[in-house]
Every structure is written in C-alpha cells, then in structure tokens.
Design a protein around this ligand. Structure first.
Ligand SMILES: Cc1cc2nc3c(=O)[nH]c(=O)nc-3n(C[C@H](O)[C@H](O)[C@H](O)COP(=O)(O)O)c2cc1C
Length: 164
C-alpha cells in the first residue's frame, strides 16, 4: 500500500522536521493532523507521531481517518530492541511497518500536560550520579535539551517507500 501523503503530529517540532525532510526526499505532501487541510479520508498515508509515555500521539485519530500504511514513532530513547518492542506492542503495530526515528528534547518548548508529565521523570532520572556514558547523555538531554534529527535516519523508511 503506497502512501499518497505524509500526516504528522508534533509537539515541539522534531517530528515536523522529519515530516518536512521526508516530504522532500519522497516527493509526497505533508500535512499536520491537527490542521483542517489534509488528504481525503480513507487515503493511504505514512503517519509520523511523537512518543508520549510510550504512545504515539495522534495515531488513533489518524487510523480512524486514513489507511495508515506505515508509522514513524519519534522519540528521545536510543531505540534499542527492548524499547522498540514496547512501542510496537503498546501501539498495536505488529501488522504495520514502522520505523523509529530519534527526534530530540526541547524542555523550553514544553507546555501544559507534557511539562507536568516530565517534571517527576526529570527528578527521578537526574537524582543519582550517572553510572554510564549513556546515563550521563540522558541526564544532559533532560536538563538542557538535545537534537538528534538526522536525514540519514530516514533511509529505512525511504527504502520501504521505494519498494511499494
Ligand atoms: C510528556 C513526555 C513524554 C515522553 N515520553 C517518551 C517516551 O515514552 N519515549 C520516548 O522515546 N520519548 C518520549 N518523550 C520524548 C519525545 O517523544 C521527544 O522529545 C520527541 O522528539 C518530541 O517530538 P516533537 O518535537 O515532534 O513533539 C516524551 C516527551 C514528553 C514531553
């Protein structure tokens, strides 16, 4: 099922940047799910959504409106097998091609519930001295933000699109 458009939801801009990069590389239009303008209902789309507490924001709504051919969850985790398996299971992606993209973290842009949700997480993760380089990097990201957006991360999803 070749998607005819990209649809995305972004809170602080990282997912929107991936959607724009993909739109250019794959020559597909990209639409913000929350905007009135979008592909006709029932269209096959590639959906990009940011991860919030393991859930891909907007995916349920995208599925109710479109045929979601593939999904790109965008998060701040490194994307190890265990983390990705949880994303697959909690978002019912077993039968949907999906490609994790590491986005970033922009604490200064968080508002409302997202900000409230991250406060205890930040306290928990920055309480102890970091034991490993990875812990240190995670703490740095939570305190000061991070940007991991790279066009190269799109290669697997671009290869999948070429094969459709
Ligand atoms: C409340 C909250 C919960 C989050 N939960 C997760 C998570 O479960 N897994 C993950 O990898 N990243 C998580 N993140 C990080 C975001 O997914 C990451 O910052 C993402 O790049 C945001 O994309 P956006 O700029 O398009 O909103 C969380 C961020 C916030 C604010």
């Amino acid at each position: 099922m070749r998607p005819s458009a990209i649809v995305y939801t972004s809170g602080t801009g990282f997912t929107a940047r991936y959607a724009a990069l993909l739109s250019q590389a794959a020559d597909l239009p990209a639409y913000d799910l929350r905007e009135p303008e979008g592909p006709p209902s029932g269209s096959a789309v590639l959906y990009l959504g940011w991860l919030r507490a393991g859930s891909i924001v907007g995916l349920r709504r995208a599925r109710s409106r479109y045929r979601v051919a593939a999904v790109c969850p965008v998060g701040m985790m490194e994307g190890d097998a265990a983390g990705l398996a949880k994303v697959t299971a909690s978002n019912h992606l077993e039968n949907t091609p999906h490609f994790y993209l590491r986005g970033g973290y922009a604490p200064e842009k968080l508002r409302g519930l997202s900000k409230v949700m991250m406060t205890p997480m930040k306290a928990l993760l920055t309480r102890k001295a970091p034991a490993t380089e990875a812990d240190l990097a995670a703490q740095e990201a939570l305190l000061h933000g991070a940007d991991w957006v790279e066009p190269q991360q799109l290669e697997p999803v671009l290869n999948w699109l070429r094969a459709q």
